[in-house]
Design a protein around this ligand. Structure first.
Ligand code: GLC
Length: 465
């Protein structure tokens, strides 16, 4: 069985978020169980290619926007594996992930072009792939174009939803650029009827099979609350929708202790962390709560966190935050951290730094993940590997990985009061024997990719039968 995994990013070469981690780790785990997977992504100028053996394989001619575009296909191996990684280079379209608007290029235009290029690539290596596995809206047009151009001769398609709320909404003119002719496709015409093109909708409606990154999220997106207005479309395809929990790549998270040496190990990490963030030694024995992640006001629960922080910090506790994103929320949080009543206990770090993140996972006592919705979430699993207890909202992958009172804390209602109650429970167990038991239970969990890869293999087989 040969699979092509198409996505916008792949760690560690191109890493923007959790999607990149998944695309970097899943093929390696599949390779170990004899599934042959290639990966294809845009070759952004920021790609980390030092140390990779990279060579140009061939030129692809990609018709797009009424012109013939040359895309250089570079080939390398995904680090520490035998997985072939194809990087598509074109300086007009793949200009850089934080610079989408250079030359008035929109993100949807960039990825419509990428999708056209992926389809040309598949056509050029015709019949070698059994399955094209697309991920999120960035690859939403691939499935429709394959159907259109290769009919029944095409590889089968799987579309994975990592985050339904980001949909890639663009101008209908993009379709013409890709060569798709509106008026000939009922599904596309239906999408365009409201005046724009929705790339997520294209992927969801025209793929052979759909999955999401946790079993609970697969159920949640069938409801109005979590369906981002796709609940009816998804319900109509329910028989072809499932959820597979992501794994985590433990090798990306070095740990200087294990389950037998966790007490000492965490003590050292905590000391190093407090020193690094210059927290006054008078708080050296206080419980540390942390937030690590994208500052996304809607998804990541910053509103309820913001409301509950002053109350939490009336106790002898320290709060550390690491992340970047939404400017308005970055400022609100930075301002709060300067409030005289809590400034010595709240360290607000607006940036992303993988080493500091790992130190925070290791040295904190509790990791707060108050997301309004969470398709999978990786950090709660990483926290558990470090023996740090997650405090999570009862949704999506958070619900599937954390058990209240056993290996973490789970609150049901999305509100600052509910979050605060959980954080106070955490304060209550801090330093007790129960906490030690919970730490051991959290570290016993195995969220490695092996199990998830087996599930993907079964799903691929099912799609092919
Ligand atoms: C998205 C989701 C996150 C998931 C990740 C990888 O970033 O928001 O929940 O863990 O994709 O699938």
């Amino acid at each position: 069985m040969k699979v092509l995994l198409a996505a916008s990013e792949v760690a560690p070469v191109i890493k923007i978020g959790g999607l990149g981690d998944v695309i970097g780790a899943l093929p390696k785990a599949l390779e170990k169980i004899s599934v042959n997977v290639d990966v294809i992504v845009p070759f952004f100028p920021s790609a980390k290619i030092e140390g990779l053996q990279l060579y140009k394989s061939f030129d692809l001619h990609v018709p797009f926007a009424n012109k013939n575009n040359v895309v250089e296909v570079f080939k390398t191996k995904l680090p520490d594996s035998n997985v072939d990684l194809y990087l598509l280079k074109n300086e007009e379209y793949f200009v850089g992930e934080s610079n989408f608007f250079a030359n008035n290029l929109t993100e949807t235009e960039m990825f419509a072009f990428f999708d056209r290029a992926v389809v040309e690539y598949v056509k050029s290596s015709f019949n070698t792939y059994d399955i094209i596995h697309c991920n999120d809206w960035h690859t939403g047009l691939v499935t429709a174009m394959l159907k259109d151009e290769l009919g029944n001769e095409r590889p089968r398609t799987l579309f994975t939803i990592h985050n339904l709320n980001y949909q890639g909404i663009g101008s209908p003119a993009l379709l013409k650029d890709t060569g798709i002719v509106p008026g000939e496709h009922p599904l596309i015409d239906w999408d365009l009827a409201d005046g724009d093109l929705n790339m997520m909708q294209q992927g969801v409606t025209s793929s052979d099979y759909i999955n999401t990154v946790s079993p609970s999220y697969a159920k949640e997106i069938l409801t109005k609350e979590f369906g981002s207005s796709f609940e009816d479309i998804l319900k109509s395809r329910e028989g072809r929708l499932s959820g597979i929990l992501n794994g985590i790549d433990y090798s990306a998270h070095p740990r200087s202790y294990d389950i037998n040496s966790v007490e000492e190990g965490k003590k050292d990490a905590k000391k190093a962390l407090l020193e690094r963030l210059k927290i006054s030694p008078k708080h050296k024995d206080a419980p540390i709560f942390s937030f690590v992640g994208r500052i996304d006001a809607f998804q990541k629960g910053l509103d309820i966190l913001f409301e509950s922080l002053p109350e939490l910090l009336k106790n002898d506790a320290v709060f550390l935050l690491l992340g970047s994103g939404d400017k308005r929320w970055e400022e609100k949080l930075a301002t709060l951290s300067q409030d005289k009543t809590i400034s010595d206990k709240f360290s607000c770090n607006i940036m992303f730094d993988i080493e500091l993140a790992n130190l925070m996972y290791a040295g904190s006592d509790f990791l707060v993940v108050p997301s309004r919705y969470e398709p999978c979430g990786l950090i709660q699993m990483i926290a558990m590997w470090y023996g740090t207890l997650p405090i999570v909202h009862d949704v999506g992958g958070l619900k599937d990985t954390v058990k209240n009172g056993e290996n973490g804390f789970v609150f049901n209602r999305y509100s600052s009061q509910a979050l605060l109650i959980s954080m106070k429970e955490a304060l209550g167990v801090y330093g007790t024997e129960k906490m030690q038991k919970m730490i051991t239970a959290s570290m016993r969990k195995d969220f490695g990719w092996e199990q998830s890869a087996v599930e993907y293999k079964k799903l691929y087989e099912r799609i092919l039968s």
